[in-house]
Unconditional design. Structure first.
Length: 424
């Protein structure tokens, strides 16, 4: 197992991260960045696209790519179809020169200035969306994380990819998990504009199937589930970055106005890291509420022992270790930006209240209830259950159902008020 882990960690370290920005931002539409493999390109033609991503509100973008040479293209998606049309501003980045993306490098590229009159001379045979289907059935040929990601695929929770063994193996073999194309956002059914999505995020060693008791609880006339599946062994910040990239695209593609987030255990840490990165994005969808269940906000002493003594360290242990810099940053009160209202649920079913190590059988109460997080929460609610059992606990389910209905009603009234004000 440790040998497999060492190989997986080495492979993670080989990935190349490219970051940059596109401007100016006074355009009506969404800025899109496309990564392309140079290959042999005839004069007047464009290289083969391998992936694309949407910029954030500041025009920033990033790609996780296999080592190699890449060219980049920026365009303004005015009609929201995530395809480059002849009348949309577009230009090759960095003068059309290839960027050498070396193993393990983190490259910060110069800002790309996209003008209103910029156009490609030729875009014959160029399709942005099809770039992600190039590796269908041949995952080993993927060169970008986006090619291995589900962006809203409809898959039932009974699918083998959500099996417990696959989820547990993602801790020790996270790269194999990614290469199998398991990571991403999944849907039970196509998104319906008349219902509000609820995004579920599982914990370490888990999969969306663990949260099925909560998913089945939803009022199907008002809500519909989305679920995020990720490799447990990756750094939490990496997982949150991936989630942000996926949701940024789904918000744009489906014109999402709002959704709720329900996260279990380590999923709460993923969610908060994501919220901190996206705080202040006024043009993005509204996260109407955040409900965390049994989240170990102060981490685990066992993860600290693994970091200090294991010959090979699982990347996530570095973030989950008690006292880690990641957890300290996560618990701090944001200086600016808008965070979703947080409803904190904790479990104490196996605590033995007289014990100095009171817990729910997995996480200590002291880790689930740090003062800094409690102060920022809108509500705190205890449930007499175990760490995993909380998702099936009747009291917890009723509480979650009440919170979702309450926050959804409040969001609906707020939207109606803004609409009425705008009409006047």
């Amino acid at each position: 197992m440790l040998q497999d882990l060492r190989r997986q960690v080495d492979m993670i370290d080989q990935a190349c991260l490219i970051e940059g920005a596109v401007g100016p931002l006074d355009h009506n539409g969404q800025l899109v960045m496309v990564a392309m493999v140079p290959g042999v390109v005839a004069e007047g033609q464009v290289p083969r696209p391998v992936d694309y991503t949407l910029t954030d509100r500041s025009g920033d973008f990033s790609f996780a790519l296999a080592p190699g040479d890449y060219r980049f293209l920026a365009f303004l998606d005015r009609d929201g179809d995530l395809e480059l049309d002849d009348d949309e501003p577009a230009r090759h980045a960095y003068g059309g020169q290839a960027v050498d993306c070396g193993a393990g490098q983190q490259l910060q590229q110069d800002r790309i200035e996209l003008g209103r009159e910029d156009r490609l001379e030729s875009r014959a045979g160029f399709s942005v969306k099809e770039s992600r289907s190039l590796v269908s059935g041949a995952m080993e040929s993927a060169v970008s994380l986006g090619q291995l990601t589900s962006f809203g695929q409809v898959v039932p929770l009974s699918d083998p990819r959500f099996d417990p063994e696959t989820a547990r193996n993602s801790l020790w073999r996270p790269v194999d998990f990614l290469r199998a194309g398991h990571s991403g956002i999944y849907l039970r059914e196509p998104l319906d504009a008349k219902r509000t999505p609820v995004l579920f995020i599982h914990g370490i060693n888990g999969s969306p199937r663990v949260l099925e008791p909560l998913i089945e609880l939803l009022d199907g006339t008002r809500f519909q589930p989305m679920y995020f599946y990720y490799a447990s062994g990756l750094r939490i910040g990496q997982v949150a970055w991936h989630l942000d990239r996926i949701m940024r695209e789904l918000e744009h593609r489906h014109s999402l106005e709002r959704y709720h987030v329900v996260a279990h255990s380590m999923g709460g840490l993923v969610a908060r890291a994501w919220f901190l990165d996206r705080a202040g994005g006024e043009e993005r969808a509204d996260v109407t509420s955040f409900i965390s269940l049994s989240t170990p906000w102060n981490g685990y002493p066992s993860a600290r022992q693994g970091v200090d003594h294991s010959p090979v360290v699982v990347p996530v242990w570095r973030d989950m270790a008690s006292g880690s810099a990641f957890l300290e940053r996560l618990s701090a009160t944001p200086r600016s930006g808008r965070m979703p209202p947080h409803h904190l649920l904790f479990s104490f079913g196996e605590s033995g209240w007289l014990s100095s190590e009171s817990s729910d059988g997995v996480a200590a109460l002291a880790s689930m209830l740090p003062t800094s997080i409690q102060r920022q929460a809108v509500s705190v609610f205890g449930v007499d259950s175990g760490h995993v059992g909380i998702v099936s606990d009747k009291t917890a389910q009723e509480r979650i159902e009440q919170l979702l209905l309450r926050e959804e009603s409040a969001a609906g009234r707020s939207t109606a008020s803004r609409t009425a004000g705008a009409s006047h």
